[in-house]
Write a protein that binds this ligand. Structure first.
Ligand SMILES: Cc1cc2nc3c(=O)[nH]c(=O)nc-3n(C[C@H](O)[C@H](O)[C@H](O)COP(=O)(O)OP(=O)(O)OC[C@H]3O[C@@H](n4cnc5c(N)ncnc54)[C@H](O)[C@@H]3O)c2cc1C
Length: 356
């Protein structure tokens, strides 16, 4: 089994596959493991879970369902709601058992407690106990560090006066954790799962980007990836799981926008020096660089020459003109597509013909 991505989705899938006896490989394009999960708070919202029952908290699938329906304004897929209610508690219990993951409910209420129907003050928000990253052995230096919090737990933060009261946190304890590389929040969560996956014999390849799925007779039979400068095909008898997340695309886009920021700074310097020609050139550079970066992400301007297209354009006005009736005669705001979706329709004025 091939699991792609080393965030919680990919690692948890790899762990479950290895636990059911499959030879499993985890592929990660970054040299670091943990994905954006390592930056996260790592709080799992698991309704009607076994840990709250153990603490005498009264919850039920029905109560949780009422809250979920309230959250989604009853417009969400009921099939998905019911699947979540059934499998999230089961998954929590399963991973606690097979991965020895030390989950516990934290002192955080449901977001809309007590306003919404079906909410609880305590029990559904779950975190893991601090994780000793040295348990990862040779992989320890490869566990991604969080940009935010990774040495304190939610309950400690609450007890020590909250996020804004950092001065009064227990900095001796936090320094000790830092010295011993003890991780909390998302980095701790994915760390515990990685430790369990490694113990179950999951093979990990980092710096390995999966570029394509191999499809034979309409079935995914493997992947093609670049690994240590080579293009490799790996077959998967039992399937490929894509746990590749969403945040990577943003990182790439942000990377492309950095040179735009440089151009903008140069233009501002020219403005400060009252060099108008340079300023105009600078702004033009910024516009071109931004358009190129967004173009590489799939942004394209909607064409507006010719007949009005109601799928990609919005007519704000119709005016008599010599142009043929129904043609676009003026663009008030450019429109854009992203891939095959209309991101923003072009706002146009159309001709109502010479007598219109
Ligand atoms: C600050 C912050 C706080 C958050 N707090 C919470 C919270 O408390 N609770 C909660 O439920 N959610 C939270 N979230 C959201 C949560 O972090 C994400 O939804 C979750 O981590 C996504 O996990 P994932 O495994 O799907 O993806 P990721 O953790 O993003 O992992 C995807 C991995 O796939 C790899 N990858 C991508 N493409 C390829 C490829 N082609 N080949 C190989 N590898 C590839 C990436 O490099 C990455 O390592 C938070 C997010 C942020 C940013």
């Amino acid at each position: 089994m091939i699991s792609v991505g080393s965030g919680l989705a990919g690692v948890a899938s790899a762990l479950a596959a290895a636990d059911s006896g499959m030879e499993t490989i985890l592929l990660e394009k970054s040299d670091l493991l943990g994905g954006s999960t390592a930056h996260s708070y790592g709080i799992l919202w698991v309704p009607n879970n076994h840990l709250e029952k153990g603490q005498g908290i009264e919850d039920s699938a029905d109560l949780s369902r009422r809250y979920m329906l309230w959250l989604g304004g009853e417009r969400q897929s009921l099939e998905h709601v019911d699947a979540y209610l059934r499998y999230a508690p089961e998954a929590l219990e399963y991973f606690e058992r097979v991965g020895d993951i030390p989950f516990y409910p934290i002192g955080l209420s449901d977001h809309f407690y007590p306003v919404a129907d079906g909410t609880l003050e305590f029990g559904r928000n779950i975190q893991v106990k601090p994780f000793d990253a040295s348990q990862l052995g040779e992989w320890q230096p490869r566990l991604r560090h969080s940009r935010y919090l990774e040495r304190i737990t939610w309950d400690e933060m609450k007890q020590w006066g909250g996020r804004a009261n950092e001065r009064n946190w227990d900095h001796v304890l936090l320094a000790e954790r830092e010295a011993n590389d003890i991780r909390t929040f998302g980095a701790g969560l994915v760390g515990h799962f990685l430790r369990a996956a490694i113990q179950r014999g999951v093979n990990i390849w980092n710096s390995t980007s999966v570029d394509e799925l191999v499809v034979e007779d309409g079935r995914v039979t493997g992947i093609s990836c670049s690994h240590e400068g080579q293009q490799l095909n790996i077959r998967a008898k039992r399937g490929v799981i894509l746990g590749t997340g969403l945040y990577g695309a943003n990182e790439r886009l942000v990377g492309q926008l950095v040179p735009v920021l440089d151009d903008l700074e140069r233009a501002l310097e020219a403005a400060a020096e009252h060099e108008e020609a340079k300023l105009e050139e600078g702004v033009r550079l910024v516009q071109r660089a931004l358009a190129d970066a967004l173009g590489r992400e799939g942004l394209a301007e909607i064409p507006t020459d010719g007949k009005f297209d109601p799928h990609t354009q919005e007519a704000l006005l119709s005016q008599s003109s010599d142009a043929e009736e129904g043609t676009v005669i003026q663009v008030l705001q450019k429109g854009y597509t992203l891939g095959d979706r209309v991101l923003r329709p072009a706002r146009v004025v159309i001709s109502s013909g010479a007598d219109g």
